[in-house]
Design a binder for this molecule. Structure first.
Ligand SMILES: NC(=O)c1ccc[n+]([C@@H]2O[C@H](COP(=O)([O-])OP(=O)(O)OC[C@H]3O[C@@H](n4cnc5c(N)ncnc54)[C@H](O)[C@@H]3O)[C@@H](O)[C@H]2O)c1
Length: 315
């Protein structure tokens, strides 16, 4: 397999590229990030071919996609607030960019594409746990663009290419910045506590999310790329079907920090008003992905947080 990974310099992307390379696959990365970026340099040293470019530019895709047999499409404008501020830019990157990928597929011999969608397409749907068919309450241009991507991939990609769309819930793990738009709460809790500042919780902390560890996500993508069973084109939730409240999450982070360094004091929580638009519960039904790919997330939130805190503390 030679895999084109768009967004391969990003959080999920760089974790995926490392695993693809260590499994002896060849990888071409297309990302707008500078080739001088330290993460990019590491991936190149490990054997990836790096193409700095923009998915809005068809020529960049053609150059980066040369000789590729499979595509994992992760590049996107990923910020909900930025999509509200500048919906035109959001749509250019997410909708036009993805249509450019589709045009590339339709004029090349691509066996499979695995493309990133988001739990954002469920909006405030209250049919918990969230099943794939209950999507569509898109509350932001970001969510709308992800939902449009799904429709475009299923209707525009030629029949000889398999299409698998993954709706990621809150992916967390090593290499995620505090500015990340999904599980940023975890690195931000760690950063605040180890620097002696109060971690911030918006609302009372009872709001819950479905957190999934990045290596479980990467494992699923690898499994889908390698799968020979001709699984029909479809869309899947990628999560653990486990509800974790923000307060529980803070307790887990605090416990893991204490276990590594008991001398670090745990500051009191800085409670702020609930943010408008924050949903109370986000919990996926993952029956479909489990049965289609015999996939099961391996990391409990307890184990995942413990290893992430150990990574952040360098121990
Ligand atoms: N991390 C999560 O919890 C989560 C949840 C739901 C959906 N997703 C989706 O998964 C994918 C990967 O997310 P991530 O967390 O790794 O995000 P990320 O922001 O870390 O990575 C996105 C990458 O895309 C690149 N990029 C942005 N615009 C580009 C452009 N025009 N051309 C080329 N490259 C461009 C960025 O430089 C970055 O490296 C995204 O599509 C995101 O919407 C992620």
């Amino acid at each position: 397999m030679r895999v084109l990974v768009t967004g391969g310099a990003g959080f999920i992307g760089h974790n995926l590229v490392k695993t693809l390379l260590s499994n002896q696959h060849q990888v071409n990365i297309l990302d707008i990030t500078s080739s001088e970026d330290s993460r990019v340099k590491t991936l190149v040293q490990m054997g990836a071919s790096y193409y700095q470019g923009d998915i809005r530019d068809s020529n960049s895709i053609t150059t980066a996609g040369q000789d590729c047999t499979h595509i994992v499409h992760l590049a996107a404008q990923t910020s909900v607030p930025a999509s509200v501020e500048n919906p035109t830019l959001n749509d250019e990157i997410n909708i036009i960019g993805t249509r450019n990928i589709i045009d590339f597929i339709n004029s090349h011999d691509i066996k499979k594409i695995v493309s990133a969608s988001s739990a954002a397409v469920y909006g405030n749907c209250d049919q918990i746990p969230l099943s794939e068919e209950s999507a569509g309450d898109c509350l932001s241009p970001y969510a709308e663009s992800k939902f449009q991507n799904e429709a475009d991939l299923f209707s525009l990609v030629n029949d000889s290419t398999e299409v698998h769309v993954l709706r990621f819930f809150n992916v967390y793990g090593p290499g995620q910045g505090t500015d990340s738009n999904y599980a940023a709460v975890i690195p931000s809790f760690v950063e605040k506590i180890i620097s002696g500042q109060s971690p911030t919780i918006f609302g009372d902390g009872s709001q819950s999310r479905d957190f999934v560890e990045v290596s479980d996500v990467v494992g699923l993508i690898l499994q889908i790329l390698a799968d020979e069973n001709d699984v029909p084109n479809d869309v899947y939730n990628v999560a653990t079907q486990t509800e974790t409240s923000i307060l529980e999450l803070l307790q887990l982070v605090s416990k893991s920090i204490k276990e590594i360094d008991p001398s670090i004091p745990i500051p009191d929580v800085n409670y702020q008003g609930k943010r408008s638009g924050d949903i109370d519960i986000s919990l996926a039904n993952i029956a479909k992905v489990k049965s289609a790919f015999n996939w099961q997330p391996k990391h409990s939130i307890e184990a995942g947080i413990a290893s992430l805190v150990a990574y952040e503390l360098g121990s």
